[in-house]
Design a binder for this molecule. Sequence first.
Ligand SMILES: *Cc1c(COP(=O)(O)O)cnc(C)c1O
Length: 430
Amino acid sequence: MSDAPAYGFDTLQIHAGAKPDPATGARQTPIYQTTGYVFRDADHAAALFNLQEVGFIYSRLTNPTVAVLQERLATLEGGVGAVCCSSGHAAQIMALFPLMAPGCNVIASTRLYGGTVTQFSQTIKRFGWSAKFVDTDDLAAVAAAIDENTRAVFCESIANPGGYVTDVRAIADLADAAGVPLIVDNTTATPYLCNPIAQGATLVVHSTTKYLTGNGTVTGGAVIDSGKFDWSASDKFPSLSAPEPAYHGLKFHETFGGLAFTFHGIAIGLRDLGMTMNPQAAHYTLMGVETLSLRMQRHCENAITVASWLEQDDRVDYVTYAGLESSPYYERAQKCFPKGTSGLFTFAVKGGYDACIKLVDSLEIFSHVANLGDTRSLIIHSASTTHRQLSPEQQEAAGAGANVVRISIGLEDSADLIRDLDQALTKACG
Ligand SMILES: *Cc1c(COP(=O)(O)O)cnc(C)c1O
């Protein structure tokens, strides 16, 4: 698969990065359940530790099973390299870590996964970093928020908990003009529905926990690098452009060019932060990625069917799904996400907070679960769970008000999902 980009998505999701195991001929990628790797001799070991030769040293840094997933995700996203890590949240820290320093800020969309809002508004402060939250529909406000200490812009392509889609190209152009990288969380869209790099993003982050794995088995994350950002164009990114004391003064950008971010992510990020993906998790995610396009097609199909039914039901106030013609983001979705807008959306129940609680407790097929992108349909009342740590204003801004539930439409028969919602709404709204 050396000329891999010539192949179509369905072929790449199965083959990219993988070849029959050289030792045994095993056709499926083996789970290399090992922490260490025998060096050929002392010179080989020295070359590996000096980053003069690429190879396996220790599974906190690299592992052959994880490496296959890294190459597959890099290929599907149109990047040059990827670093897998232990969760989506780990991936976000791994993406910011080489860019930020005390006093630096990231410009973040107001429409983000609740856990990310908490990570960005609270936890990163302990590193001396900060986030400025801006409505990404207001391009002038995004441009105005970028200052001399800004080191990245961060948004989600299709936002969790749903209903909002970002014009990635427009945000990428702003970041580009300011000389800072755009990081796009592509978890909800997946590379099947959106390629942020093709629209100008520098880095893509994923929670592989969700659609990429696809059946709720393992947590994981990934950072994919476009390889296109010039880290040496300014003195803003010394981790990548200046001499690295922990590697005898090696300059990552000068030495590794387009792979600088990926090498830094492994040689410094995973080495020192240790947010490593284990080979079992990589195996489960590789299994999921093999069927990604088929699943995403069905997730999108089922979501539009269920969302359309909910929208005409008079116990429902409104449905926010960018695939519905009633959505203010319908036109943008048609333009930027022509293959569909994923299986995630929210709806408001007329009975408010109490009716939402009764609804989630009355469903039989849908499970009340803080996860998404599963083969199974899932529901959650965000205001009392995932978005609980946010203020009411932040909940509203994130589309997770008290009367709103989020559903992740699975791969079941859509008629069964509708029947289940119908009976539960009857109980919830009396
Ligand atoms: C779940 C999620 C995350 C966090 O990923 P974890 O694997 O749970 O750490 C980040 N962004 C989005 C959009 C998510 O849905």
